[in-house]
Design a protein around this ligand. Structure first.
Ligand code: ATR
Length: 278
């Protein structure tokens, strides 16, 4: 029940209409018995939005595209790893003092480490955008031996060089020696469901394949990985865990991941049905 004591949290981005974060956070608040609500704000002027957040005392904010990097100069403090990644996806408003964090890398690593021990593993990381950058810094912290591949050579090489990773040209993946494959590109995302970033033959038993795409949930990459006997991790795992880490920063309490995932699965299933009905 929303009343005079309800604490407000929000996501800022543009677009935000299809964000699953309101479902994730409102469901968790309800189960945690917190008098809190979470709304999505489509932001046109970032500086105005941040002034509003301070002025209204919105307690915590998720930041999504295109503001994850742009928001940094407006904050009072930014944790070290978020500064390295150069992206903030979480803000805490401590009585007007705005502090930035990044939970994306955390979410991805937790999803992987639930299944495998990452230390020292050989990883092929596909992509060099914001998500790749967050995951790359996480992998670096676990001393993984990473090879990075990206369609745009300069962008891929720049990120690989920054972290001391090897670079491999895009579409040259005919063979894979790595133990782990992580797709952070949008290849395979709806409506391009029939695309995969790598040929099926490179996927093997004993490999772990993670896709951060969650529309569709079973991407072609993950379907083929399953068929080849690889261990698979879908895009909801990272999404659920980056959100859980946000909740922990905001409330000091760890929500139940299983219940968050159930909410997200249900939301995606309804979304898909709705699209089919429209
Ligand atoms: P995000 O912040 O969500 O990671 P992004 O910064 O737009 O998004 O990055 C998207 C990634 O997907 C990039 O690595 C992009 O490759 P480029 O650097 O060459 O643009 C990759 N990507 C998108 N569409 C692709 C496609 N059709 N084939 C290969 N890579 C693609």
């Amino acid at each position: 029940m929303i009343n005079g004591q309800t604490v407000l949290y929000a996501i800022i981005g543009n677009p935000v209409e299809h964000s699953l974060s309101p479902i994730l956070h409102n469901g968790a608040f309800r189960r945690m018995g917190l008098n809190a609500a979470y709304l999505a704000f489509k932001v046109r002027d970032l500086e105005d939005a941040l002034r509003g957040i301070r002025g209204l005392g919105i307690q915590g904010v998720s930041v999504t595209l295109p503001f994850k990097t742009k928001v940094i100069p407006f904050l009072d403090d930014v944790e070290e790893v978020a500064r390295e990644i150069r992206a903030v996806n979480t803000i805490v408003n401590q009585r007007g003092r705005m502090i930035g964090y990044n939970t994306d890398w955390h979410g991805a690593l937790e999803a992987l480490e639930e299944k495998i021990d990452l230390r020292g593993k050989r990883v092929l990381l596909l992509g060099a955008g914001g998500a790749a950058r967050a995951i790359a810094f996480g992998l670096k912290r676990r001393d993984c031996q990473v090879t990075l591949s990206n369609r745009t050579v300069e962008r891929g090489k720049a990120l690989a060089n920054e972290l001391g990773f090897l670079y491999r040209p895009w579409l040259s993946i005919e063979e894979m020696e790595e133990d782990v494959l992580i797709n952070t590109t949008s290849v395979g995302m709806s409506p391009h469901d029939e695309e995969s970033p790598v040929p099926k033959k490179v996927l093997k038993e004993g490999m772990t394949v993670m896709d951060i795409v969650y529309r569709p949930l079973r991407t072609k990459l993950l379907r083929e990985a399953e068929e080849r006997g690889s261990l698979t991790i879908n895009g909801l795992e990272m999404l659920a865990r980056q959100g859980a880490a946000q909740l922990e920063i905001w409330t000091g309490r760890r929500p139940d991941i299983g219940e968050i995932k159930e909410d997200l699965y249900r939301a995606l299933a309804i979304g898909i049905n709705r699209e089919e009905n429209d």
